[in-house]
Design a protein around this ligand. Structure first.
Ligand SMILES: Cc1cc2nc3c(=O)[nH]c(=O)nc-3n(C[C@H](O)[C@H](O)[C@H](O)COP(=O)(O)OP(=O)(O)OC[C@H]3O[C@@H](n4cnc5c(N)ncnc54)[C@H](O)[C@@H]3O)c2cc1C
Length: 228
């Protein structure tokens, strides 16, 4: 959240206006241009439009190959069972991993989630996480999971698990910064800079043609890594 606040405050200092609580409902197209966004507070016209809607990128009228994938987090109670200096540790066979954060240990097991926007936590998942933890991290045996602190979020999955960055197919003035597939916090600064350059027509500081939205239709997408 501090990273997010940093982006927000820096952008606000440069004159960006944030309208929180406004829902984009759809688009008003005019030929090959987006003329306006239809929102819960009326139409918003503009010269350029950028879709940065995470797991919801495909829900309001731009053709974006993004689907939601639930990922759940089970924090322990406050504990010193593992040191803050312990690196995030991943069991690469099934993606179970532990991170120490703010005096708790975050336990994550990326189960094969159903498609959709459901972010519920259920007892069966918690029981599996408990069993994995007891078997794999002996020092956490007897350290309870804090049920009230459990949460779930949605990865924004693209078909090849790589970001989708560039001009939206069909539109001359709509841009996509989508599909980072669960590693978008790390990508965010670079994607922000690249998309700003694209919209401004400035030379690209990084070659991201491999991330072009058209690659799926062209049959040029490749997937080469295991998702956690
Ligand atoms: C459990 C978990 C752990 C993760 N760990 C890491 C990690 O260690 N490292 C890492 O790099 N990434 C991690 N990620 C992934 C990371 O959170 C995402 O890749 C990143 O948040 C994507 O950023 P984004 O800006 O594209 O989308 P989001 O952060 O999802 O932001 C999209 C925004 O668009 C808004 N929105 C959507 N639809 C509409 C609409 N119709 N109208 C108005 N607003 C709308 C949403 O409210 C939201 O604020 C993790 C994700 C989860 C769930």
């Amino acid at each position: 959240m501090q990273i997010l606040r940093g982006y927000h405050d820096a952008a606000a200092r440069r004159g960006v206006r944030f309208d929180f609580g406004v829902e984009v409902l759809g688009l008003r197209a005019d030929g090959d241009r987006v003329a306006a966004l239809r929102t819960s507070r009326g139409d918003v016209e503009g010269e350029h439009f950028l879709n940065a809607a995470g797991a919801w990128a495909a829900t309001f009228g731009l053709d974006v190959a993004v689907t939601p994938l639930r990922r759940r987090v089970a924090p322990t109670i406050l504990t010193e069972a593992l040191p803050e200096s312990m690196p995030m540790t991943i069991w690469t066979d099934d993606g179970y991993h532990v991170r120490v954060r703010d005096g708790r240990v975050l336990l994550l097991w990326p189960d094969p989630a159903p498609a959709g926007f459901d972010t519920s936590i259920d007892d069966a998942w918690l029981a599996r996480v408990r069993a994995f933890t007891d078997a794999r991290v002996p020092s956490l045996r007897g350290v309870p999971i804090d049920r009230e602190q459990c949460w779930a979020g949605l990865y924004e999955m693209s078909p090849d698990k790589h970001a989708i960055v560039g001009r939206a197919p069909r539109f001359a003035n709509a841009w996509l910064a989508n599909g980072s597939s669960g590693h978008g916090v790390m990508h965010a600064p670079a994607i922000g800079q690249i998309v700003a350059e694209m919209i401004a027509g400035a030379p690209a500081s990084i070659d991201v043609r491999a991330l072009r939205p058209e690659r799926f239709a062209e049959g040029a997408a490749e997937s080469s890594f295991t998702l956690l």
